[in-house]
Design a binder for this molecule. Structure first.
Ligand code: SF4
Length: 375
């Protein structure tokens, strides 16, 4: 059931005037190319502007256009995505670039349905590309917009529900001023990011304060309503930096499951009653048919991943006897690499933290000549 959108014209005018004076200066707003809008939107799905900007600049330097992405090996894309998580998004970018080169002459089609047919491009991203890059009359509802609407129209339904999403999109479509989608959609996004923030919104500075139903009802802090997320799952895991002849062993995760195709140090979850050291010895045996010795504690890393709270017990270790060869029982690839070469591989965030700890505490390991089994 659509909700009434009162004062639509006042909201449009207030937002557009506010945006004119307060728009964030962002690199993809200089030229509004579909390519830059696409990459920025995919990156912003998981992180805030401030955090993603260095990634965006680095990415554009390495992959200045769609053909550049299509030509690059997937490994390169993962490397440039490393640190942002959700690696399937980088893979989808790769697949979409190939599709654009093959079917659309390396250009984005100006058609919402064709955009929606591309890998990793959903309703929001398609709407953002259509409206921001092409200024086409398409709505784009992201988390910022949902928050603004939930407060502005005092919507109490939990935002994750399908019906709520229908309501938010319906409002966005009815509010959209024809011919001004680029500015209007970005105005909503910027208002959510700068003024109608998740905590402590700046209502006195808001161009919509006199029209805001949530503010009038005194429920701003109660909007949007978010259904309770799933319980947090704690995980204890052990991981080992296996050092042999000045090199470390890394392995590649399978193409399906968590963090597919990323490289990692061997290890796994602790089983009931096991110490972290016992778990490490067992994992090396099960996953690689290797017997290790000289296990020494390196660090304890805590890392949150979606609803998982991971405690990673990290060790250095060496082979128990030099003639063993790893057998890949779980990974799809494995390599001995120098410490310096680790920077050339894409790792999950917790492993990357571990590499930084190694680099800080054992900088000599990065000098290959001095690396002889001794962490
Ligand atoms: S008045 Fe406050 S709650 Fe309402 S839209 Fe503006 S910032 Fe958000």
């Amino acid at each position: 059931m659509p909700i009434p959108v009162t004062n639509a014209q006042g909201i449009r005018e207030g937002l557009l005037a506010w945006f004119e004076a307060n728009a964030r200066k962002l690199p993809w707003r200089l030229r509004y190319t579909p390519y830059e809008i696409w990459i920025s939107e995919i990156m912003l799905q998981q992180t805030q502007v401030k955090t993603m900007l260095p990634y965006f600049h680095r990415w554009m330097k390495r992959f200045p256009d769609i053909r550049g992405i299509a030509r690059a090996p997937e490994e390169d894309l993962l490397k440039y995505w490393e640190g942002m998580g959700y690696y399937s998004r980088a893979r989808n970018i790769h697949r979409t670039a190939h599709a654009l080169v093959t079917d659309f002459g390396a250009e984005f089609p100006r058609d919402l349905n064709l955009l929606l047919s591309l890998p990793g491009i959903g309703r929001y991203t398609a709407g953002a590309i259509m409206s921001i890059a092409f200024n086409a009359d398409c709505a784009a509802v992201d988390g910022n917009v949902v928050r603004v609407f939930a407060r502005l129209f005092d919507i109490a339904a939990p935002i994750q529900e399908r019906e709520s999403q229908r309501i938010f999109w319906n409002i966005a479509e009815r509010l959209l001023p024809m011919g001004k989608a680029r500015s209007f959609n970005q105005a909503l996004m910027d208002l959510g990011a700068l003024v109608c923030t998740p905590k402590n919104p700046l209502c006195p500075k808001c161009p919509l304060d006199t029209l805001c139903q949530g503010l009038r009802a005194g429920v701003v802090d109660l909007r949007p309503v978010v259904r309770k997320i799933q319980d947090i799952v704690p995980i204890q895991a052990a991981v080992g930096i296996l050092i042999h002849n000045g090199k470390v062993f890394i392995q590649k995760r399978p193409p399906s499951g968590l963090m597919p195709h990323l490289w990692e140090f061997p290890g796994g979850k602790l089983q009931h009653g096991e110490t972290s050291k016992q778990a490490l010895v067992r994992e090396f045996h099960e996953e690689l048919a290797l017997t290790i010795s000289g296990v020494r504690k390196l660090a304890l890393i805590r890392h949150n991943y979606t609803r998982f709270r991971v405690t990673l017990h990290a060790f250095t270790c060496k082979l128990d006897g030099v003639s063993q060869e790893p057998v890949l029982n779980a990974a799809v690839d494995g390599r001995w690499v120098t410490f310096g070469e680790l920077d050339g591989y894409a790792f999950p965030a917790a492993n990357r933290k571990l590499i930084e700890i190694l680099r800080t505490r054992h900088s000599k390991l990065w000098d290959e000549k001095s690396c002889k089994h001794k962490p």
